[in-house]
Design a protein around this ligand. Structure first.
Ligand SMILES: *Cc1c(COP(=O)(O)O)cnc(C)c1O
Length: 426
């Protein structure tokens, strides 16, 4: 029943490294062949063998209205008819920028780019340019795209500068990146004792790239205080959580606020868009107003702007969406938890807005190291079983899950029933 995908995968591997354009798609952590997708349809994905899946990945977050939303489709098609790109300003950029900054007290201006990676990379350059400092601080397990200085892993010893986590990244670059444990205030303080040259803290205030782990509020407060005391800027990387955990992302549900916020995923509604935003004082440092250089041939692409603008306006017109999405996320996770309890399988769940996560784990993980204690074999078995039954979950326990507005309670109940069949035999 995966015959065509198996063949497509073999073909792809001959001309594309690993057969995929982003490594997680290759299913390496669970094994097996990734289904090749023919099309989306509301809450579902349909692969080239004709299998249909309830989609809990949503292109890794962007598709909050599911696949082929009519309003977004129409806006995109209308815009395409006028040309794909101009390399010159268009009014759509101003409109989308205004929709974003209007919602936040601490944001005045936004710059659009084409991916989340570009957004975080540019935000960090801006923070360094504004503060005149060189080091940056990130947390183990948080993902901020694949730019050189962010591909770090813990070196020997605690709270030290990171070492490259990928060949091709010079240690000279990562020596400016301090790596700290998520939700560990002591560790964070130690970093500031070790370096007085920290330009910014960059954090996923709700982590979605080591499974789903919200930061403790006390921890975010400590980040904010240490930044204030040390002339360091706080960057919330909301590429995944922006317009997902609430209309104002995580900034809308926690008290400590960031100096710079990065966006991606939902603001493009499935088109390649990223953005970073801040106060007018900080953004004044960015070229052409200021000296910090940043640019992009396709930045603010009109088709992408039209998709994002339509999506954002739909969200703003109906802010109750987030309660409905969360009710569904809770229905799903509490249903799965009940099944796991029935079969004595250690299982942890969490939700915020339209995002959810689960771990096959005795403890509720608070950081990257603790996620490592989860049962990965069990997760792989669960993932395969669910995929066979038509439920498409992220292919790694280090990823989060997403609810879309077109998912019904019946969809979710069917998913819980399928999970029962699988967990019964675990
Ligand atoms: C997805 C993601 C990125 C990278 O975005 P790309 O568009 O894949 O480059 C950065 N930060 C976070 C928090 C993300 O989830």
């Amino acid at each position: 029943m995966f015959e065509k995908s198996i063949n497509a995968y073999e073909d792809a591997k001959k001309v594309i490294p690993g057969g995929v354009d982003s490594p997680v798609r290759a299913f390496n952590s669970v094994g097996g062949t990734p289904p090749f997708i023919a099309r989306g349809e509301g809450a579902y994905l349909i692969d080239i063998d004709g299998n249909k899946y309830l989609d809990f990945i949503q292109s890794w977050g962007p598709l909050i209205f599911g696949h082929c939303d009519k309003d977004i489709e129409e806006a995109v098609i209308r815009t395409v008819m006028d040309g794909l790109s101009f390399g010159a300003p268009s009014v759509l950029e101003t409109e989308l920028a205004r929709e974003i900054v209007e919602m936040y007290d601490n944001l005045d201006k936004v710059r659009f780019v084409s991916s989340g990676t570009e957004a975080t990379m540019s935000a960090i350059r801006l923070a360094r340019g504004v503060t005149g400092k060189n080091d940056i601080l990130k947390f183990e397990g948080c993902y901020h795209g694949h730019s050189d200085s962010l591909l770090v892993q813990a070196g020997s010893g605690m709270a030290t500068f990171g070492t490259p986590s990928s060949p091709g990244v010079p240690a000279d670059l990562t020596k400016h990146t301090l790596l700290c444990e998520y939700n560990n205030i002591e560790n964070l303080k130690k970093c500031f004792e070790e370096s007085s040259d920290i330009a910014c803290i960059i954090i996923e205030p709700i982590a979605g790239n080591m499974g789903f782990i919200p930061a403790d509020i006390e921890f975010l407060k400590a980040c904010r205080e240490l930044c204030d005391e040390n002339n360091t800027l706080l960057i919330y990387d909301e590429v995944m959580t922006g317009f997902r955990t609430s209309l104002k992302g995580t900034s809308g549900i926690v008290e400590p606020q960031a100096d710079i916020i990065t966006f991606g995923k939902v603001i493009g509604a499935g088109m390649p868009v990223g953005a970073f935003a801040s106060s007018k004082e900080i953004m004044a440092h960015l070229s052409p107003d200021g000296a910090v250089y940043q640019a992009g041939t396709l930045s603010g692409n009109p088709v992408a702007m039209a998709a994002g603008l339509t999506s954002l306006r739909k969200l703003k017109a109906n802010p109750a969406i987030y309660d409905e999405l969360n009710a569904k996320a809770v229905r799903l996770t509490s249903g799965l938890k009940e099944v796991a309890n029935k079969y004595n399988i250690p299982f942890q769940v969490n939700t915020r807005g339209s995002m959810f996560g689960f771990f096959f784990c005795d403890i509720d993980p608070k950081n990257f190291k603790e996620v490592g204690t989860c049962d990965f074999d069990r997760f792989a078995a669960f993932h395969h079983g669910m995929l066979k039954r038509g439920f498409y979950f992220a292919c790694s326990q280090y990823e989060a899950g997403f609810i879309s507005t077109v998912m019904t309670n019946d969809d979710i109940d069917a998913c819980i029933k399928a999970a029962d069949e699988i967990m019964k035999d675990m």
